[in-house]
Design a protein around this ligand. Structure first.
Ligand code: CA
Ligand code: CA
Ligand code: CA
Length: 189
């Protein structure tokens, strides 16, 4: 069992990654995401950089498939997702699972959006993240300010990793990291 707060964050994260919003995490959610990033970064189709983005996008999906072992081939449903994360990051925390997903989520949501590769996410770069995942922009500013713990108008790797950890395991409704990916209380469109 895990708290209602955690459950709603896990559910929100599933809905966010389910890019085509069909209730299943499948290969195309991750490859389409890579394609959107390719367009955004204006990478040439088939270039080394494009391949790098595509491979990295799929890594998260492959880890999920290996860990969740879904009943349908290459397709993870919401129940399977929730039961995996409730078991591993619920009342007792599996530190290995936490470390693995903290890093993968970091690579998935941070690295891609650091367009100028300076090691920081600015609010413009974060806006692009909101755009690709079709998140409600009215929460953009609030989310960004929660992530930016030291208030220097940019989010460092350290700030992002701390926020992701909070997002994944914090039971505190006031924890700023709950806001890492927008407002988890509102289902993404
Ligand atoms: Ca989907
Ligand atoms: Ca940057
Ligand atoms: Ca900062």
């Amino acid at each position: 069992m895990s708290s209602e707060l955690k459950k709603s964050k896990f559910a929100y994260f599933f809905d966010l990654l389910d890019l085509n919003r069909n209730g299943l995490l499948q290969h195309n959610d991750f490859s389409d995401m890579a394609e959107l990033v390719r367009e955004e970064l204006q990478l040439e189709e088939g270039s080394e950089e494009h391949k790098y983005v595509a491979e990295k996008a799929i890594r998260l999906f492959h880890q999920l498939l290996g860990d969740i072992n879904p009943s349908e081939h290459q397709s993870i449903n919401r129940e399977e997702w929730l039961s995996f994360f409730s078991e591993k990051l619920g009342d007792s925390i599996d530190e290995d699972v936490l470390a693995t997903y903290q890093e993968l989520v970091y690579l998935y949501v941070f690295d891609f959006f650091d367009h100028n590769r300076d090691g920081f996410i600015t609010s413009d770069e974060y806006e692009c993240f909101f755009g690709i995942f079709k998140l409600d922009e009215q929460y953009l500013e609030k989310s960004f300010s929660k992530l930016d713990a030291n208030g220097d108008k940019k989010v460092s790797r350290y700030e992002m990793l701390a926020a992701i950890e909070d997002f994944l395991i914090s039971d505190d409704p006031d924890s700023p990291g709950n806001w890492a990916f927008g407002n988890w209380q509102v289902k993404p469109k």
